[in-house]
Ligand binder design. Structure first.
Ligand code: PGA
Length: 266
């Protein structure tokens, strides 16, 4: 696990944008895994700016989002399809047919399960994800894989934890129906990505970040599974990194890595 600690949330977004640009420009047909939530918004803003400036094109890119709520339509402002259209897809040159978000606009469990399986097949048919962007929940979830999710889980219907429902309450109008279920990529699905980049900012995430990086490998903190991935990069701002015991070591590692790459190690 590569741990990168940067001064501000904007630095985190810039670093993540550089990683996305590398993947999109290095692969003729790049496949990105995308996340919703407040953390990646600054990343999407940056990608939109670079695309508008002609520095980046998504013409040959396919995207797969982590999750989608069950019980609201895709047209609902808080659906993750609507979120992605608003923050990225409608603002860049991507072909809408190449943007995948789990289809969760049914209340029939058989249809939902079929959709989840079809999503897995589509990822596989596309050749797998080159770079998966992740956020982290205050409870350590990735996607909607809540604590105690199996590390082997695949895309499926998942019940949200009470703490996740509470954390996302701010996005829904008071009294409005708020989903308690979602279709989410599984942890096993996420782990098959060739590279993973998790972004976390703010002190509210500090404990989850500590559990993920320095805690034991446990389904009680689903993100801790990233300790086992061959190429996982965690990008943090100072606040999210504030509880890490080995913070100085991670900063030192990055300094050494840079010196090595710049040829001035000695
Ligand atoms: P946030 O959500 O970016 O809105 O904090 C992250 C998550 O729950 O995965």
């Amino acid at each position: 696990m590569q741990v990168i600690i940067l001064p501000t949330p904007n630095d985190v977004a810039q670093y993540a944008a550089n990683s996305v640009v590398d993947v999109v420009t290095e692969n003729t047909n790049s496949i990105l895994g995308l996340a919703t939530g407040s953390t990646p918004i600054a990343l999407y803003d940056e990608l939109v700016s670079r695309c508008r400036a002609g520095l980046l094109s998504f013409k040959n890119t396919k995207t797969f989002n982590l999750d989608e709520y069950i019980g609201i339509s895709e047209c609902h402002e808080q659906s993750y399809r609507a979120f992605m259209n608003r923050h990225l897809f409608n603002l860049v040159d991507i072909n809408p047919a190449n943007t995948y978000v789990p289809l969760a606009d049914s209340l029939d469990p058989e249809v939902l399960t079929r959709n989840a399986k079809a999503y897995e097949s589509e990822i596989e048919r596309s050749g797998g994800i080159d770079l998966q962007i992740l956020g982290i929940g205050v409870n350590g979830h990735i996607g909607f894989n809540e604590p105690t999710s199996s590390f082997a889980s695949r895309t499926r219907i998942k019940t949200l934890s009470k703490s996740t429902v509470e954390a996302n309450k701010r996005f829904f109008i008071k009294g409005e129906f708020q989903p308690h279920l979602a279709i989410t990529m599984g942890i096993g699905t996420i782990l098959e990505s060739r590279a993973i980049l998790l972004m976390a900012t703010g002190k509210g995430k500090a404990q989850a970040v500590k559990d993920m990086i320095e805690g034991p490998l446990t389904s009680m903190c689903p993100a801790s599974v990233l300790q086992q991935h061959k190429k996982s990069i965690v990008i943090l701002d100072e606040e999210a990194a504030s509880l890490l015991s080995l913070k100085e070591y991670y900063l030192w590692c990055e300094e050494k890595r840079q010196q090595l790459h710049e040829g001035n190690l000695l």
